[in-house]
Design a protein around this ligand. Structure first.
Ligand SMILES: [Zn+2]
Length: 315
């Protein structure tokens, strides 16, 4: 139902009724129920994988991935809410052009909640059929779906910024200097221009489409955000999928965490059966394909992210 279905008079009455309600019971942010569909996020994942199955840096697929993201944010581009952050980090294969994309949905309160996901695949896996359905693709789709939601329902509280970051994966081998290119660049840039001071929370989505969803309690993540995630899981009846295991994980939240931004890595690292041949399960193998993720898990993850936004707003 959209407001355009009503006459102007009816809209005015609704606005008055809403204003009356507001004064009767102040701003119930919890009233904004999530309407994201796990099935839709799965479809977007499928479309993204069809458009850009291999999207490692320097590849044509990387351009295709960027074009896919941009195509889904035409309205935001037209309204100056879509920012391209181009940078040229030095990597083991030379200086490589990379790009982060930031999509901004202004809210009514001063402050920003950032939701981030990396969108590229691993350069070292360029010669195997690695598509990263869970690792990069489904979380890119989650952010696109969140954008569609906030386009239709602008944030009532803090602004929401979606960050599609590049170069999360190592180019040669994971190290402090060969990983997290996009978020290290963005955190430094936003530190320099004062943006970091406005960020209330940095929420990272990674590998949370796994059919067998168990979101890790990432031990470096900010304690109050971990408390909020536990609460979000209880409120959305997903406690069984959250915090059954606890460990530290190096991921895109670290550059923000290290600069004092409250940050949490919402990630499931336990992906598929662990065998001698595949000690790390499906992670970073050709087995990370769409059949290993599910609409149900994506629904759970979407519910959790929407609940996290509500909870951060209540603080
Ligand atoms: Zn990865």
């Amino acid at each position: 139902m959209s407001i355009s279905a009503f006459s102007r008079t009816a809209s005015l009455h609704l606005a008055l009724a809403a204003a009356t309600l507001f004064w009767a019971a102040p701003a119930p942010l919890t009233a904004q129920q999530p309407t994201l569909s796990g099935q839709h996020i799965l479809q977007l994942t499928q479309q993204y994988l069809a458009a850009a199955p291999k999207r490692f840096i320097t590849s044509p697929g990387h351009d295709a991935a960027e074009n896919f993201i941009k195509a889904h944010f035409q309205p935001e581009m037209a309204h100056g809410q879509f920012v391209t952050d181009a940078f040229y980090p030095t990597t083991p294969i030379g200086q490589i052009p990379m790009r982060n994309y930031i999509v901004k949905y202004p809210g009514k309160k001063d402050g920003v909640i950032v939701i981030a996901s990396h969108y590229e695949t691993n350069y070292p896996l360029k010669d195997i059929p690695f598509v990263g359905a869970n690792d990069g693709a489904c979380t890119t789709a989650l952010l696109i779906a969140m954008g569609e939601y906030f386009r239709a329902h602008p944030p009532e509280g803090y602004s929401v910024w979606l960050v599609f970051d590049d170069g999360e994966e190592a180019v040669h081998e994971w190290s402090a200097t060969d990983s997290l290119y996009g978020t290290r660049h963005l955190a430094a840039k936003w530190s320099g221009d004062g943006t970091l001071g406005h960020i209330k929370a940095f929420l990272l989505a990674d590998m949370i489409g796994d059919r067998d969803l168990d979101i890790l309690e990432e031990s470096q993540s900010t304690p109050w955000l971990r408390d909020d995630l536990r609460k979000a899981a209880a409120e959305t009846h997903h406690s069984a999928n959250v915090f059954q295991t606890k460990a530290a994980e190096e991921d895109d939240h670290l550059p923000f965490l290290q600069r004092g931004v409250p940050s949490i890595d919402i990630i499931d690292v336990d992906y598929g059966p662990h065998t001698t041949k595949m000690p790390d399960g499906y992670h970073h193998t050709a087995q990370d394909t769409i059949d290993k993720i599910s609409a149900r898990s994506l629904q759970t993850s979407a519910d959790l992210f929407m609940a996290m936004i509500r909870l951060v707003n209540q603080r």
